[in-house]
Each structure stands twice: as C-alpha cells, then as structure tokens.
Design a protein around this ligand. Structure first.
Ligand code: GTP
Length: 395
C-alpha cells in the first residue's frame, strides 16, 4: 500500500534439468538478492526443489500444485499476498523483487497470464521478465524433439545458456545462434554453474513501465531485427532474418527463416505436459532435423501512418482469438492517432497484456514498430492485416 511502485516479478523457467535451481542458488548467495522473495512452483507430487535451494533466505515459499494450468492462479495470488502481508508485519524481511522458479513446467504461459489478467495483482506486482535457462548439452536435442522448447525460447526476455563447460565451444556457439534466430530480441548469457550476479542478470532486463521510454527500445530488441530505416512511400516494412541484421548485436543471424515449417506435433495450450518429462539424456549431437524451430519465424513490421485506437483494439482481439497460440511473442510500440506518445502492445501466445500508453516516444522514430515471433503464421498474413489497418486509418 505504501509503495507506489509495483514489485517486479521475474519468472525463471527452462527445461527439466537445465540449471534453474543452480542459477537461483548462486544468485541467492549474492547480497544483491537480499531484497528478493522467492516462490518455487513444484510441478508434480513431490516438492524437492526447495530442498535444493540452499540459501537461508527466509522468504522462500513453495507452491505445490498438481497442474499449474488449473490450480496455480489462486495459490500464486494468495502466496504473493501472504509475502506482502508478512513483510508489512515485519515477519519477513522487506522485499522489492520476486523471483518465481517454475519447476518441470512445460509452458510457463499460465503464469504470464496470471500477471496479465489477474486484477488483484494489478498495481502490486508486475511481471518484469521471463528468464529461460537452456542447457548447452541437451538444448539442441530438446529443440529438435519438443515443440515446447522453442516456445520457451520465444517467451524469454533473457536466455541463460548453461553447461557450456560440458558441451564444448562449437556446440554452445551453434546453440546460441539457433536461439538467437528463434528469439532475436532476447539477450543470451552464457553461464557456467550458475555463476551470474543479480546485477548482470537484471541489467539485461528492460521493461517499458519500469524503465520508462528509455527502456522501450531495449525491451523491443529492435536492433536485432530487420533494418528499420525509413523507406519513402512505403507503408509497411518488414524484414526477415537472413537478409540483413543490422549491427550492434552479436547474435548469429545467419539463416533465413521460412514460413514453410511444418509441425506435426500440434498440441493444445494447456494440459500438455509431455515436455515436462523430457528425458535428460537427449543426444544434443543427434542429426534429427528440427521441424519445430523451422516453423518459427521472427520479423518486424513497421507502419508509417498512425492508426485509430479502435482499429488497433479490433486487430489485437482478432489475431489473438484466431491464432493466439501460434503468435509466440509480439512486442511493439504503436502510433495511435491523436496520442502524443506511443501505445505499447505486448502479447505472449494468447495472453495479451493490457496496452500501455507512454507519454513520450523513446526516440525520434515515431512510427509503429512491432516485432513478432510466430509459429506457422506466415509473415505475409500479419503484414496484410496491419496494412489493412493502416489503410483504414488513412482512409
Ligand atoms: N557442468 C555443469 N553442470 C551444471 C551447470 N548448471 C547446472 N548443472 C548441473 O545440472 C544438473 C541440473 O541442474 P538444476 O539446477 O537442478 O536444474 P533445474 O533446471 O533446476 O532442474 P529441475 O528443477 O529438475 O527442472 C545439476 O546436477 C547441476 O549441478 C553448468 O553450467 N555446468
């Protein structure tokens, strides 16, 4: 109540055995984490991970629930409320940050959804970033075999590549390049045995609300996408990886993405926990071709002309209801007619965060810029829908 700022929440996710607990333990040893409360979600019957979180941290809470999709919303809301109450009463040290570790959870979107949609959390807690650990030994195999692995990578704001000491330099470099192709806007940190400082981790995380206009450009990760120079006369620009990746990023964008991928492992958003029981010994050096991440495309769309607010709302609602689960990630700033600053749009699969108005543009470029990571949605389809929108506003 007394704190006007919502508390930042970081979601720590990643495949089974990819090094989440190791990373968290190391972070918690750092005095810079003193003001952090930790919530550990245990998927499955036996809560083990909290035993492995060695820190004497007092405000570590274990949320044990069977299927996160079904039960965790109430539990998580109650847990955060409890932490807040205990800190206010002096029963726990005060905290200004929360880290939620999801254990063995195939699809962390359920938690993203809670923060986007739960009214009782609004203004108190906000999801600041998704940090995804990717195992350098098994990560490539997981991307080959499990659709969820690519979706987790797409969801991340920061990817932490673990176990590069075991994988060898070439495998780690190749995997890094592959992850960067899936999610060009995310930073990728290479971390061995969890050795990462909270400062280094949280420095990678920008949020349009927490950091104001200055954070927007970094949050969008536009540098990593296609060239964004104005093209006179054109209303929509787009670029796909493999053409020109601009500069300033060391991600290895050396492949063209097609919109041609096939995914014969289609599955529902919820209740598919296959990836949660991924065998830990998948051979990263196997030659299985990846149809999963071949189906994932990332691209940026730019509109020169402002659009009407109602048209934007209609567009958001329609793409989400039609293809939300294949729209892995959308982040953008939109020029809305009549507004001085941009509207920030953000969606993770079919979870749409409430659009957010900024008072000012982050830079001199006042065009709508939206970056997408999609699975089996052709770039042309999204581009066309935005062109229609822009034409509507102009007309
Ligand atoms: N060699 C090496 N081992 C690591 C590294 N990071 C983690 N490990 C080991 O990998 C194993 C799994 O790590 P955890 O931190 O338990 O992974 P997790 O993601 O929390 O696992 P779950 O909670 O079961 O999903 C442990 O034996 C760690 O010691 C690393 O960078 N290098």
């Amino acid at each position: 109540m007394t704190d006007p700022r919502p508390i930042d929440v970081t979601l720590l996710t990643g495949f089974l055995g990819s090094g989440k607990t190791t990373l968290l333990n190391n972070l918690l040893r750092d005095p810079g984490m003193a003001d952090t409360a930790v919530v550990i979600n245990e998927f499955g019957d036996v809560a083990i991970d909290h035993l492995l979180v060695e820190s004497a941290i007092e405000n570590a809470v274990v949320l044990q629930s069977g299927c996160i999709c079904c039960t965790v919303r109430g539990d998580l809301v109650d847990t955060l409320g409890d932490l807040e109450g205990k800190a206010a009463r002096g029963e726990l040290p005060p905290f200004s940050r929360v880290v939620i570790e999801t254990t063995g959870l195939a699809d962390p979107t359920a938690i993203v959804r809670i923060f986007a949609e739960e009214p009782t959390l609004a203004g108190r807690f906000r999801l600041r970033a998704v940090v995804t650990t990717v195992d350098a030994v098994n990560g490539a195999g997981q991307l080959d075999r499990f659709n969820e692995a690519g979706r987790q990578a797409a969801l991340a704001d920061v990817m932490v590549l673990t176990k590069s000491d075991l994988a060898g330099e070439t495998a780690a470099t190749d995997l890094k390049a592959r992850l960067a192709r899936i999610n060009p806007g995310a930073s990728i940190l290479t971390v061995v045995h969890g050795a990462l400082s909270p400062e280094a981790l949280f420095a990678e995380v920008a949020h349009p609300l927490a950091d104001g206009e200055a954070g927007v450009g970094r949050w969008l990760g536009l540098d990593a996408f296609a060239p964004l120079a104005p093209t006179p006369g054109a209303h929509v620009h787009h670029g796909d990886h493999g053409h020109d990746h601009g500069s300033g990023h060391d991600h290895g964008h050396d492949h063209a993405h097609g919109d041609h991928g096939h995914d014969d492992h289609a599955h529902a958003d919820h209740h598919d926990h296959a990836a949660a029981v991924a065998p830990s010994g998948i051979d990263a050096h196997g030659d299985a071709p990846s149809r999963h991440d071949a189906a994932i495309s990332s691209f940026a769309v730019i509109l020169d002309d402002p659009i009407e607010r109602t048209a934007l709302e209609r567009w958001l609602a329609s793409i989400m209801s039609l293809r939300g689960s294949d729209l892995l990630r959308m982040k953008g700033i939109v020029a809305v007619r009549g507004l001085g600053g941009p509207v920030v749009v953000h969606a993770v699969q079919n979870v749409v965060h409430p659009p957010l108005r900024l008072a000012r543009w982050p830079d001199a470029d006042h065009r709508t810029r939206i970056v997408f990571i999609t699975q089996n949605i052709p770039k042309a389809a999204l581009q066309r829908s935005l062109e229609v929108l822009a034409a509507e506003a102009v007309g």
